[in-house]
Design a protein around this ligand. Structure first.
Ligand SMILES: C[S@@+](CC[C@H](N)C(=O)[O-])C[C@H]1O[C@@H](n2cnc3c(N)ncnc32)[C@H](O)[C@@H]1O
Ligand SMILES: Nc1nc2[nH]cc(C(=O)O)c2c(=O)[nH]1
Ligand code: SF4
Ligand SMILES: [Mg+2]
Length: 181
């Protein structure tokens, strides 16, 4: 059984796949307590893999986004295999502090200050920018390096930072801009 806060269907609001329809599986609980976290994730219901599969099968997109809370606390290779057998393209939003099972199709790592990374493969880095030192994050071995405003508040600061540091790219929380989940 895996503890699920919410399963919902929306557009990926952030990062490389912004605008793509996806089923979000939000797992419950996290090993970090970021002061800026925008998500209520503690509540949850234990669900079997069959129940999770049935819930996500209600939606027409093949893209599934594992998030939370921290999804790495709840997933294993059997879960990834099940989603692949169902034809799903699996993305994960992770803080990177826990190892991931093999086979995830797209890893979005959002590193947090003072929380050492335990993953060696990632496709995109997405940093919530609050003025912290970014020099170690730009070196992370990802294809894309995004800076994301904190709750849409410091967007112009980030625009100006990227104009001076063009190795970074802007990620907006577009779902908040258009008021969808
Ligand atoms: C809620 S977290 C869940 C996944 C995982 N725990 C993580 O932090 O990557 C999903 C994404 O939202 C980002 N995030 C959290 N709070 C935010 C905020 N106030 N503004 C912008 N992004 C935020 C995280 O950095 C992460 O990229
Ligand atoms: N639309 C939408 N896109 C998202 N991308 C990552 C999210 C998350 O909370 O992990 C998120 C979210 O909460 N909503
Ligand atoms: S790691 Fe992610 S879910 Fe956990 S507190 Fe930080 S932003 Fe929220
Ligand atoms: Mg969110």
């Amino acid at each position: 059984m895996r503890k699920i806060n919410q399963i919902f269907y929306s557009l990926q609001g952030e990062g490389f796949y912004t605008g793509r329809a996806a089923v979000f599986i939000r797992f419950s609980g996290c090993n970090l307590k970021c002061s800026f976290c925008d998500t209520e994730h503690e509540e949850g219901t234990l669900m079997s893999d069959e129940e999770i599969l049935e819930a996500i099968s209600a939606y027409p997109s093949d893209m599934v986004i594992l998030t939370g809370g921290e999804p790495a606390l709840w997933i294993d290779e059997a879960f990834i295999d099940m989603l692949h057998k169902a034809g799903k393209y699996i993305c994960i939003e992770t803080n990177g502090t826990r190892p991931l099972p093999k086979g995830i199709d797209w890893v979005t790592c959002s590193p947090k200050e003072g929380a050492p990374l335990k993953i060696d493969h990632m496709d995109e880095v997405k940093v919530v920018y609050l003025g912290q030192d970014l020099s170690s994050y730009i070196k992370l071995p990802a294809k894309y390096h995004f800076l994301q405003p904190c709750s849409c508040r410091n967007t112009m600061e980030i625009v100006n930072y990227i104009l001076q540091h063009p190795e970074w790219q802007l990620s907006l929380q577009t779902h908040k801009l258009i008021d969808i989940a």
